[in-house]
Design a protein around this ligand. Structure first.
Ligand code: WTA
Length: 657
């Protein structure tokens, strides 16, 4: 058995929060009865429900002929329909009855040093048309892949929307990834253009984005041009004939660019994410279904209104930023706030200052951030009014009930509903979440599948398990935002997501969960070799291969250890090459090495040296044993002690025999 399911039987949460009647009356789903009608209607005929959503929330140049074509595991949605994502996010807010939005803020942006910009829908439309023309001028055509490696500046959203305008496929790489991670992705996507910046600001320092791109490009030969946006203004190398300044190109570009009429199934973006085996997977999303899913969920789950100032703190480099900083929010004509930097720069009050300053109404962040705020203490927060907030959300990992209660009390001042939203890079949009105003919440549970989504909890044979029994979280019907494949690797797509319950057309998400008596889902976390570190997915294999690429390392095994703040901490067990001494310095060096190979996000929390890794007789590393060892010990950073794990392994083997 490769998957283990451990039920957290201690989790007996019974606190319940019914929607407040006055809040619910003003909501986009106005109350429990309205929600029940919506859910019942969607359950009766999910295709009809999604077709209605696609009509209401997306504008089409040509209507579709068929809602769904489902040949498991391949789905096509809204077949024959033609649309354009940038048209839906921009142009239609400048036309007809929505034309007043031309001078409404689309993006409110604050840089880490304190600089501010507001781009109205009119501004954003103009910039996107211009950059779309720049892309065309550089030879980018429909279907070509464009890498975006940028700080969190409006130009990142502009570049994304420009790609969608002409049918180019963007692949965003989070600014915390290192050169090798970039070259791997560039090569896999066979991208011909990179858009980057000289640098970005993080905790008062400059992240050397352009320098990292230069390093990455030594290992690729498909990239023809690099467009560089000037953000920090420090001096960078510009390679003649290859590197071009954003500002120079934009100065010459026309602001007139018609949106391409794209097939509903035209590729929209590729986003790389960690899987349980070695190399990152390029998750492919397409146009019409994805847009329908994110626009619909954004409207109902974040209850978006024209008056809202919505702030999702995620970086656009992760799927949360794609779907709920940019596409889902702009498709609704709402105002999306972006903040470039760290939450504790120049001090721990930055977020609360931003909320009061811009009067943020809807706030969406990660449990790891919430636990960090808790640690920083309530005093930082009490000074601020936060009276503008009306709805709070979380995403990225299970939220422990105490953090949920703290979020409700200290940030939400006991009057904001909380939406705990469960989803994945692969699902495109939110899958399980309360609809505020319509669903009673309970701390720690993402509650119910969104209307039109069919989720279940299954045992190894694909049979539904009983209430409160742990099992595999599965999606039993296709949904519009679902991934359409892994770029360039159709076999891995089938193997990774659809082989757990073969031939049934059931998607296995990789998470374990249980459902309580009232039908609420409790996601318990990953059951594969993917760790969820501070809300970021890391594969144990990737960290292991980074470790063994160091000349001093003979063998390595990486496991996650529960951590109060990060959710999971990365613990490495390392066997050194003969003749190399285990030392604190070596521990520090290996942590740095992984940071350099994959990026700061992956830097191990702990490196432990051992003579040999514990293995079964057939040679498999006993990860469960390592997980127990990692969890059972006080947090220590690096340790020089050589642990004799083989003894433990022998004990464990006799136990299991
Ligand atoms: C986890 C992020 C519990 C889960 C949008 C999933 C969650 C992985 C929640 C996807 C939640 C995300 N409750 N677990 N509300 N949201 N997860 O691809 O393990 O970066 O499989 O997408 O995060 O992470 P990804």
């Amino acid at each position: 058995m490769t998957h283990e399911i451990e039920i957290e039987s201690t989790l007996k949460e019974t606190r319940k929060f019914k929607p407040d009647a006055a809040w619910a009356r003003r909501a986009n789903v106005p109350g429990q009865a309205a929600y029940k009608r919506m859910a019942k209607d969607a359950a009766k005929n999910p295709q009809r429900f999604w077709a209605r959503m696609a009509k209401e929330h997306v504008s089409w140049f040509t209507p579709w002929k068929k809602v769904l074509d489902w040949k498991p595991p391949y789905a096509k949605w809204f077949i024959g329909g033609k649309t354009n994502v940038s048209y839906n996010c921009l142009d239609r807010h400048l036309e007809g009855e929505n034309a007043w939005r031309k001078n409404k803020a689309a993006l409110i942006w604050e840089g880490e040093p304190g600089d501010e910009r507001v781009l109205t829908y009119g501004d954003l439309h103009r910039e996107v048309c211009k950059f779309a023309n720049v892309l065309k001028g550089l030879g980018v055509k429909k279907g070509d892949r464009v890498i975006l490696y940028m700080p969190l500046v409006p130009e990142l959203a502009i570049a994304m929307l420009s790609c969608t305008r002409i049918g180019a496929v963007h692949s965003i790489i989070f600014g915390g990834f290192a050169a090798d991670s970039i070259s791997d992705r560039v090569n896999d996507a066979q991208a011909k253009l990179i858009v980057t910046a000289d640098g970005g600001w993080r905790r008062g320092s400059i992240v050397q984005l352009k320098g990292i791109v230069d390093e990455a490009l030594e290992k690729t030969d498909c990239v023809e041009k690099v467009v560089v946006y000037k953000r920090t203004g420090h001096s960078v190398n510009m390679k003649d004939g290859r590197d071009l300044w954003w500002d120079d190109l934009m100065a010459e570009a026309s602001a007139d660019c018609k949106p391409a009429k794209l097939d509903s199934e035209a590729p929209l973006f590729i986003l790389y994410t960690s899987g349980s085996t070695g190399k990152p997977k390029g998750i492919l999303h397409t146009t019409g279904g994805y847009l329908t899913h994110v626009a619909t969920t954004a409207k109902y789950i974040f209850d978006l209104k024209d008056e809202d100032t919505y702030w999702c703190t995620a970086d656009i480099g992760w799927v949360t930023g794609h779907s709920y900083v940019v596409y889902g929010i702009l498709a609704n004509g709402a105002t999306s706030l972006m903040y470039e930097g760290a939450p504790n720069w120049p001090d721990e009050e930055r977020f609360w200052r931003i909320i009061d300053k811009y009067k943020v109404t809807v706030f969406y962040t990660a449990p790891t951030a919430i636990r960090t705020f808790m640690k920083w203490g309530d005093d930082h927060i009490k000074k601020y009014s936060l009276a503008s907030l009306r709805l709070l959300g979380t995403v990225g990992e299970p939220i422990n009930p105490e953090a949920w209660m703290w979020y409700r009390r200290v940030i939400g001042r006991n009057h904001c509903p909380i939406v705990d939203t469960y989803w994945q890079t692969e699902t495109g949009g939110i899958m399980i979440s309360p609809v505020p105003g319509g669903v009673t919440t309970t701390p720690g549970s993402a509650t119910l599948p969104f209307p039109g989504i069919s989720a279940d909890i299954l045992d190894h044979d694909g049979n539904p398990v009983g209430p409160n029994e742990g099992g595999f979280l599965a999606i039993t019907k296709p949904w519009p935002g679902m991934l359409r494949g892994i770029y360039g690797d159709p076999e891995r797509y089938v193997e990774q997501y659809w082989s757990k319950f073969p031939d049934k057309g059931i998607y296995f998400a990789g998470d374990g969960a249980r459902r309580d008596k009232s039908g609420n889902f409790w996601v318990m976390g990953r059951v594969d070799d993917v760790m969820n570190v501070a809300g970021h997915r890391l594969s144990t294999m990737e960290v292991e291969s980074a470790l063994v690429s160091h000349p001093a390392v003979a063998e390595a095994a990486v496991v996650g250890r529960p951590d109060d703040i990060k959710g999971t901490a990365v613990v490495c067990f390392v066997t050194l090459e003969g003749g190399v001494e285990a030392s604190d310095e070596m521990g520090v060096e290996l942590r740095k090495h992984v940071g350099k190979e994959i990026g700061p996000v992956a830097r191990p929390d702990e490196v432990r040296f051992t003579d040999a890794l514990p293995k079964t007789r057939s040679g498999k590393i006993m990860r469960r044993l390592l997980r127990d060892i990692a969890a059972g010990r006080e947090t220590s950073q690096d340790t020089t002690t050589l642990e004799d794990l083989s003894v433990l392994a022998r004990l464990r083997e006799s136990d299991e025999a």
